[in-house]
Ligand binder design. Structure first.
Ligand SMILES: [Fe+2]
Length: 287
């Protein structure tokens, strides 16, 4: 189903519940007010929006990000940027496995990541994350996006009733402690947020816990909470709620952290992968 929203912009859904490719715009040029409104509507409607075949400067990526809200600060400064990519720090982060003198030049360098919401361990996680793809491996490294709306709408009513109104605890643990291999990092920030989050713009509810970072439920023993959380993790990660994105160079993709989770597939460690990441700052988490 193709839906024309402006004279130039075409919105093509990528799966039943999440994702749309937006065609017809050159993002290296400033957008009209009508197009900015249309891409914001598409983002709200589809959670993940994709633009293919773009060539952006760092200024372009920051301008594009600002169409969706205040550009967010980075959680941590990058250590190094290659020539031509160091001017507008600190609001652009490199996601890369490329190594200089044995050290990764970007964040989150290697391998797969379980489903998560970015920055959920903060009091006010950012609303969205944008990735602009510059180098990709020949295979692997897909990003999977799961709709939290679809998961909420279809979750078992009896289990939902037990979790409605509760808050979950989250902590930063980008690593693999939960796999038991001891490679996880120490928690350095943690937070509590509603298990089911109401989106401040759409008014819809979505699941707001994830397998990578959620550790428990407030006011509930771990014995009682863990089976409920496991059921919710399993439900939110069902294939029917997911869009799998296979990256191409020149892709610009923005996802809504308020109502979706994402995960990354493994990819060959000896092939270069480089993306530039910006964020849309958080606004409010309704309680
Ligand atoms: Fe992420």
């Amino acid at each position: 189903m193709n839906v024309m929203t402006t004279s130039k912009l075409e919105v093509v859904p990528l799966s039943k519940h999440i994702g749309a490719e937006l065609r017809g715009l050159d993002l290296s040029q400033p957008l009209s007010e009508a197009d900015v409104a249309a891409i914001n509507k598409a983002w709200l409607d589809h959670i993940v929006i994709l633009f293919r075949g773009q060539r952006l400067s760092q200024e372009d990526q920051l301008r594009l990000t600002a169409y969706f809200g205040e550009v967010g600060a980075l959680g941590r400064p990058p250590k190094y940027f290659p020539p031509g990519f160091n001017k507008l720090l600190p609001k652009i982060m490199m996601i890369s496995n490329i190594r200089e003198n044995g050290e990764p030049i970007g964040a989150l360098p290697d391998g797969e990541m379980m489903f998560h919401h970015d920055m959920i361990h903060h009091d006010l996680p950012h609303n969205g994350t944008m990735l602009y793809s510059l180098e990709i491996p020949t295979y692997g490294g897909d990003t999977l996006f799961a709709s939290g709306y679809a998961a909420y709408d279809t979750f078992d009513p009896a289990l939902k009733a037990k979790l409605e109104g509760k808050k979950a605890r989250h902590h930063y643990n980008y690593g693999s402690t939960q796999k038991g291999d001891g490679k996880g990092t120490e928690a350095f920030a943690q937070s509590c947020h509603p298990v089911f989050r109401t989106h401040d713009q759409s008014g819809r509810k979505s699941t707001y816990v994830n397998r990578l970072m959620t550790t428990g439920i407030e006011g509930m023993s771990d014995q009682e909470a863990q089976p409920l959380l496991d059921a919710l993790f399993d439900h939110t990660e069902k294939p029917e709620f997911i869009y799998r994105h296979q990256w191409k160079v020149g892709d610009v993709l923005l996802w809504d952290n308020r109502c979706s989770t994402h995960a990354r597939d493994d990819f060959p460690a000896d092939q270069r992968r480089l993306m530039l990441r910006t964020t849309v700052a958080g606004t409010v988490i309704p309680t």
